[in-house]
Design a protein around this ligand. Sequence first.
Ligand code: NAG
Ligand code: NAG
Ligand code: NAG
Length: 554
Amino acid sequence: MIFGLQGKTLADFATLVMERATQTIIILFLIAHFGAAQNATKTGAEEFPVGVILDLGTLVGKVTGTSIQMALEDFYAVHRSYNTRIALHIRDSRGNNIQAASAALDLLDNHNVQVIIGPQKSSQASFVLDLGNTTQVPIISFTATSPSLYSGGLPYFVRATLNDSAQVNSIASLIRAYGWRQVVPVYEDTDYGRGIIPYLVDALQIIDVRVPYRSVITPSARSGQITQELYKLMTMQTRVFIVHMSSDLASKLFIKAKEVGMMKKGFVWIMTDGITNLIDSLNPSVVEAMNGALGIKFYVPKSEELDSFIMRWNRKIQLDSPNDPSLKPSIFGLWGYDTIWAVAQAVEKIGFNNGTLFQKPAAPRTSTSLDTLQTSAYGSELLNNILQNKFSGLSGYFDLSDRQLQVSTFQIINVVGKGWREIGFWTVENGISRKLNHGKFMTRYAQSVSDLNNAIWPGKSTEIPRGWEIPVSGKKLQVGVHRSMYEQFMTNEKDPITGTTKASGFSVDIFEEAVKRLPYALPYEYIAFDNNEDRGRAGYNDFVYQVYLKVMRA
Ligand SMILES: *[C@@H]1O[C@H](CO)[C@@H](O)[C@H](O)[C@H]1NC(C)=O
Ligand SMILES: *[C@@H]1O[C@H](CO)[C@@H](O)[C@H](O)[C@H]1NC(C)=O
Ligand SMILES: *[C@@H]1O[C@H](CO)[C@@H](O)[C@H](O)[C@H]1NC(C)=O
């Protein structure tokens, strides 16, 4: 025997080799098959490009960035058999309008995205919305709330949030319930800040509440400028302020307001939901400064899914943003999450199968021209599916059929200690109420304070502030003037119509210029001390002596 193998014949050996080989092949095949099966949900699926534009450095950007990633994982964990997968292309617009616009162009041009989620700010939206309209790519923003972004002529714009005009009625109801007669809006000088004002003023006019002044603050205001504006507000009669600005600016404002003594008894601060929705993520020192303020907050119904999401989210955010231990998902995170589910569902529905994403233009596109922007092949079908797909999401019932979330319920809260307490609710149907009552027999617009839980006001006061004070400016500074021998320096005359004293001259100019530069309003009036007609030194000394004697004129 030439090939002796444990007494087996060559034929036996050959059979053995064959068997082993077959086994190996079977095993290899099984491994490959198992691997493929495991990945089947990924490798078999068609990738569908979706763009995301957020200001990733901001509170909202961090919170929603994490939510969006989780939504994607969760959605495909539940829908393993789906034939499509959305592939997110996330861009950071860094708070910049041009950055947002160029990100949108890049996403459309170089990544063929068929949906853009974002942009974050209302001011970033207009160009992106026009691009969406031209290319028929749905633009879904869950943060751009300014009602100035009118969606009527922009069929591809979907708001997965409410526009800010939705909450003005809740604010007006609140003001009416407490019986305040005049309010001052304090808002940031941006599209977002300004957008709400006409609606707010209208709603207040209906209930006969006056807006004697509007306080506009630029987002880049330094703390000195904020202080100056606050001093101005302090000299006025109104003590009710409605704050509508980004949470960043609001944080600075409230810290300063506390510093200058405007978080004391007698003051009323009402925050719109842009701030209140994020209150759980704000710095504790800011919440401390806000104590006593009221806020309007989007109401999220409790659910087991939400509890479980929050637990997992808290773990993930620690990895994503380890330097911000206080971040909480907030309503924006939930809207971001639900938006991804809505989009992913719509993508599966349209039966996308590796088709052409954009209809090719007749002429080749040059890099600088927007004329040849292509039209999305799937945009319009996607849009319809997104609008039709209503479901119960983490944020509540998610219904975009009006291309905007349906107005639901606002919670009215009072900032107390390190957190906040609920003092009531506001719904379109029932106005203000202490409890959320889904019954149909509630009195309509039962708007009185007794429908709310007691609030603890600034200065830990439990007394409802009356909303106005006789301000410091009730008394005017009396400025004595005396005709000088040199009229260029100082002279005065009585206004024949109003009877008031008008002063002029170099000294008067200097005085008036100095007053303008004070960090607060200083009302003053000129009082003529010309009893003695002596314009020389003796007359002047006599005049100064009157000041020493504290002589007042009525
Ligand atoms: C399965 O997918 C993972 C990544 O998603 C990849 O690393 C792995 O090679 C894939 N396996 C097979 C068998 O395709
Ligand atoms: C804003 O929302 C209200 C309802 O909440 C709606 O009636 C109005 O048309 C919306 N405005 C814009 C500009 O979308
Ligand atoms: C949006 O596109 C439609 C047609 O596609 C057009 O009629 C409409 O004027 C556009 N809207 C704006 C604001 O450009």
